[in-house]
Structures are given as structure tokens and as C-alpha cells.
Design a protein around this ligand. Structure first.
Ligand code: DOR
Length: 430
């Protein structure tokens, strides 16, 4: 049982007149002007937008194995502060989450901490080696009820293994999330293949390495009657392939990261490995087309690819640095800046791409629900007019590899509620 919460003067989806919302027993009890109940915690939400809690299909929590960079606890705090009520923890841990023991550990630890629903992603292949399928059925039937399988960080490059994974996951009611990168085309790749990488002498990561795998997998999924999810779409060409596949009726969904919406390979000029990420930052024209594809629905949702790394793995020469950047606490601000302030999405659209679509893709029945009486109170309040300055050292993650250091960003998460309980408030964990 949690104490009732009265959210005063908020606008649902940023629309209409301000209303009061009473949250009681884990659900939205009343919308309108409810009389304050006794012992109610009042949240002054004037000028703030109420949305369903965000769902991140793609986060790296690094536990087990690299607890020096992030733990399920520190990552859960970052998620709650970022407005998330559910996150999917990628399988590239050490040991790999390719069996029931590891996925159950991740799931249980998430429950113990209780700040956000932590759903483990199961690996597609044993040890992410791309050779033998992991025990998808055992993970799906474990207490963790795995519903997304992914070798993220690596591509399931073998088409026969990918085909089998698609077939089995369909039978299990799950989805395969592909890290689309044809490995033969990205040997030694350091940055987006193009003029900037050439000038700096970096080996290029060509757009075709992503686009060719996405096209292949859409066809494999279509022939298998399976669902496919494409991780971190980074090129305009991939958006075109997705549009083509969706027009044919292929059951494909896709995500884009906040960093691919905003940042470009122009950042290479700094030589700062904080900008190294996989897939790499692309061109301004790619970023512009990704924003349009997200607005149009060709790309379904935003996922962070939150990827914490230790100082020694980032504060070093570019070629030696690990790819990845923090994302959980900055995601909604980047979306506000790139999509809302530009008029590409309104806040109802943000609810769609950060909550409703990801919840539907993952098959979460109690997330991404409408803001209506009787619905689970998984909620986030955002102040759309406020701004904040990003300081990596002040983020909840153990690592501090944010590419937005010192930037002033729009959109501040003022409260997150998980099943009616306040998990974060005014930048503090509750
Ligand atoms: O930049 C990335 N970092 N991309 C990935 O696919 C993996 C991730 C990581 O695990 O650090």
C-alpha cells in the first residue's frame, strides 16, 4: 500500500485545461478536481505535463560483471530520475544473460530495488558468439518472463540462426531485437564512413552495413511470419527500408536513440571519445531524416541505448575507447529539443514514442496505458518550459560518459510514479 498522491494543476498530455489527478492504491483514482483525501501527498504540477511513464527498450545496466560502471541499483535511479517506469536491460553482461539464472538475477534485483520495472533481455545466441541459439524457451518461461531477445552490441549475422531465432521467438510470443551491423563491412570501423572519418583517418562504418541487415531481416521476418525489432536505427537509408517493409505488411518495429536524433559526425572533429558510439553518429541529413521518420511513425519509438563506461575506457585515444554514451536522464530533454520545440511532435506524440509504442512492442500490459481513471499509475511529470544544465558527475549513473556535458537542455522531469509510488521527485530519488 502506498500513500495517496494528489497531482494538482497538471495538463494531461500537455493538452486542455489543468486538472487535479488523485492517485490511490496504485491506480489513477480520479481525474478532475478531487477533494483532497487525508494523508495525501500533494504534488504542485502547475504548468507541467502529465504523461504515462516512459519505457526504455534498450538500456545497459552492466550487472552482472561491470558493477564498477553501473549496477541495477544505480541504473534504476537514473531511470526513475529520467521519467522511466520500465526498462529493458540488455544481455551483454558478464556472464552473458543467455540463461535463466542470469535473467532471473536481473529481474529479482530490479524488483528488490523497486524504482523501475527492470525486464531482462535474453541473448539470442550462447555467449553472444553468434553460433548456437541460447535456450530461448527456458528464459521465456523463467520467472523473468523474457519477451525480448537480443545479442545487442553484436549482430546476429548468420541468416540461418536469425531465421531460427525469429521462428522460435514467435512461438514464445517474444520479439528479436537486432543490432543491425554486417560485421564483414565494419571490420576495424571507428566512425561513420564519409568525408569526416576519411579526413581524420578513421576506418569507416558504412551505412550499408546497417541497411543491408535490416533489409535481410525484414524479409526473414516476413517469410517466418515473425516480428522483428530493429535497434538504434542510425541512417536515412534504414528508415527507407523500414517504410518499404511496413508498406508490405512486415511486422517490424524500430527504435532511434536520442543521440542519433541530435548529434552528428561533426562531433568527430573534437577527437573526444565521449562521442564514440555504435552505430556511429551519422550526418546531419541522416539525423534530419530520422527525426522525420520518428514523427511519421516509420520509426516507432525512442530507446536510449544507455551505455555506461569506465573512465579508463572512455578517457583514452579514440581507437581504444569503448562505444557508448549515457542516456537515461537526458532522453526526454533531447526529445523535447529535437522533436517538440521543432514542432515535429506534441506531448501526446512523446507519450506515443517514449511510452505507448515501446510498451506495446514489449507486450507490457500495465505500461504505456491511457491517462484515465482506473488505469495503473505509472506516470511522469515533465516541466516543458524549464531547462537544466547537464553535469555528468551529478547524474545517478556510476559512469559519467554523457555527450551533453555542460549543455543546457529543455524539459525537466519533476516526478515519476511507479504503481502510484513516487520514485523520483525534483531530481531526487524517493
Ligand atoms: O555504443 C554502443 N554501446 N552500442 C552497442 O551496441 C553496445 C553498447 C555497449 O554495450 O556499450
Amino acid at each position: 500500500m502506498t500513500d495517496p498522491v494528489l497531482i494538482k494543476g497538471t495538463r494531461l498530455y500537455g493538452e486542455g485545461e489543468p486538472v487535479d489527478v488523485l492517485v490511490e492504491n496504485g491506480v489513477i483514482a480520479e481525474i478532475g478536481a478531487p477533494a483532497a483525501a487525508e494523508d495525501v501527498a500533494v504534488v504542485d504540477a502547475r504548468g507541467q505535463v502529465l504523461l504515462p511513464g516512459f519505457v526504455d527498450l534498450h538500456t545497459h545496466l552492466r550487472e552482472p560483471g561491470r558493477e564498477d560502471t553501473e549496477t541495477i541499483e544505480s541504473g534504476s535511479k537514473a531511470a526513475a530520475l529520467g521519467g522511466y517506469t520500465a526498462v529493458f536491460a540488455m544481455a551483454n553482461t558478464d556472464p552473458v544473460a543467455d540463461n535463466a539464472v542470469v535473467v532471473e538475477h536481473v529481474w529479482r534485483r530490479g524488483r528488490e530495488i523497486g524504482l523501475v520495472d527492470v525486464h531482462p533481455v535474453g541473448a539470442v545466441t550462447l555467449g553472444l558468439a553468434g553460433e548456437k541459439l541460447a535456450e530461448l524457451g527456458t528464459m521465456a518461461k523463467s520467472a523473468a518472463r523474457v519477451r525480448i531477445f537480443s545479442d545487442d552490441g553484436k549482430c546476429v549475422a548468420d541468416p540461418l540462426i536469425m531465421r531460427r531465432a525469429l521462428e522460435y521467438s514467435t512461438a514464445l510470443g517474444a520479439v528479436v531485437a537486432q543490432h543491425a551491423e554486417e560485421p564483414r563491412l565494419t571490420v576495424g570501423a571507428q566512425a561513420h564512413e564519409g568525408e569526416r572519418a576519411s579526413r581524420l583517418g578513421y576506418t569507416g562504418w558504412p551505412a550499408s552495413a546497417e541497411e543491408s541487415i535490416v533489409a535481410r531481416d525484414c524479409l526473414l521476418a516476413e517469410h517466418a511470419g515473425a516480428r522483428l525489432h530493429v535497434c538504434h536505427v542510425s541512417t536515412a537509408g534504414t528508415a527507407d527500408v523500414l517504410r518499404w517493409a511496413k508498406d508490405r505488411g512486415t511486422r517490424v518495429s524500430a527504435e532511434v536513440t536520442p543521440h542519433h536524433l541530435l548529434l552528428t559526425d561533426e562531433r568527430l572533429a573534437t577527437y573526444d571519445p565521449v562521442n564514440k558510439v555504435n552505430p556511429p553518429l551519422r550526418t546531419e541529413s541522416d539525423a534530419e531524416k530520422l527525426r522525420a521518420a520518428l514523427a511519421e511513425g516509420v520509426i516507432d519509438c525512442v530507446a536510449t541505448d544507455h551505455a555506461p563506461h569506465a573512465v579508463q575506457d572512455k578517457d583514452c585515444e579514440w581507437a581504444a575507447a569503448k562505444p557508448g554514451m549515457l542516456g537515461l536522464q537526458t532522453a526526454v530533454s533531447i526529445v523535447a529539443g529535437t522533436m517538440v520545440r521543432t514542432g515535429l511532435l506534441d506531448w501526446r506524440g512523446v507519450a506515443r514514442v517514449m511510452s505507448e509504442r515501446p510498451a506495446a512492442i514489449a507486450g507490457l500490459p500495465d505500461q504505456g496505458r491511457p491517462l484515465a481513471e482506473g488505469e495503473p499509475a505509472n506516470l511522469v511529470l515533465v516541466d516543458p518550459d524549464a531547462e537544466w544544465t547537464v553535469r555528468g558527475a551529478e547524474l545517478a549513473s556510476i559512469s559519467d560518459n554523457t555527450p551533453y556535458e555542460g549543455m543546457r537542455l529543455p524539459g525537466v522531469v519533476t516526478a515519476t510514479l511507479l504503481r502510484g509510488r513516487i520514485t523520483s521527485r525534483e531530481g531526487k530519488i524517493r
